[in-house]
Write a protein that binds this ligand. Structure first.
Ligand code: URA
Length: 187
C-alpha cells in the first residue's frame, strides 16, 4: 500500500487522545500530493467532523473565496489541520491533543515536501513559528526554515467575526501570490 494511504488509515483509526472518542469523522486532509503549497488550520469544526473534509463549513467557504483571490483553489493546494479530530464546542485544541496529533502532520509534510506553508491562525502559527508569534503583529511576515517558506494569516473564522481584519488579510494574500510567482511554485 502507498505511504499516503498507510498514513491516512493510521490517522483515521487513531485513539491517541480523547478527541478520538468524540469525533464523527477524522479529518485527515485534502489536496494533490504533488502540491508545493500547504495550508494548515487549527482543527475540524462541526461541518468538517460530519463530512470528514477540512474547511467545508462557513470558515471554509471564506477560505475558498480567499484562495480564489490569489488564483488558487482547494483542489490545487494541500489543506489540513493541526489536530485531525474536532475539539468539543470548537474550543482550542489542548497542547496535549496537539502533541498527540502532530506526528501525523509531520509525516504528511515529509511525504508532501511543500515549499510554502501558510498557517491559518494563531494555533498553527505558534506551532511552527514559536510561542512568541503574535498573529495581530506578525501576520503576513515571511520566515524561512530548512528551505520551507512560512507565513501566517488570520484564520478565516476570525475574519468572519471581525471584518475589519479583511483589508490586511487581502494584502497578506497578495504577498502570498507574489511569493508563489517569485518561487515558481507548482499549483
Ligand atoms: N477551522 C479549522 O481550523 N479547520 C477546519 O478544517 C475548519 C475550521
Amino acid at each position: 500500500m502507498d505511504s499516503w494511504k498507510l498514513l491516512e488509515e493510521g490517522c483515521l483509526s487513531c485513539q491517541k487522545c480523547p478527541l478520538g472518542k468524540s469525533r464523527t469523522h477524522t479529518v485527515f486532509g485534502v489536496g494533490p500530493h504533488t502540491s508545493d503549497i500547504l495550508f494548515v488550520g487549527e482543527g475540524p469544526g462541526q461541518q468538517e467532523d460530519l463530512r470528514g473534509e477540512p474547511f467545508v463549513g462557513p470558515a471554509g467557504k471564506l477560505l475558498d473565496d480567499m484562495l480564489l483571490i490569489i488564483d488558487l483553489g482547494r483542489y490545487n493546494c494541500y489543506i489540513t489541520n493541526i489536530v485531525k479530530c474536532r475539539p468539543p464546542q470548537n474550543r482550542d485544541p489542548l497542547p496535549t491533543e496537539q502533541d498527540a496529533c502532530f506526528p501525523f502532520l509531520q509525516e504528511q509534510m515529509r511525504l508532501l515536501q511543500p515549499k510554502m506553508l501558510i498557517c491559518l491562525g494563531r494555533i498553527a502559527a505558534t506551532r511552527f513559528l514559536g510561542s512568541d508569534f503574535k498573529i495581530s503583529r506578525d501576520h503576513g511576515k515571511w520566515y524561512q526554515k530548512d528551505g520551507l517558506w512560512i507565513t501566517a494569516i488570520y484564520h478565516p473564522s476570525a475574519l468572519l467575526r471581525d471584518v475589519s481584519k479583511r483589508p490586511e488579510t487581502f494584502r497578506d494574500l497578495k504577498s502570498i501570490q507574489a511569493k508563489i510567482k517569485e518561487l515558481g511554485l507548482a499549483i
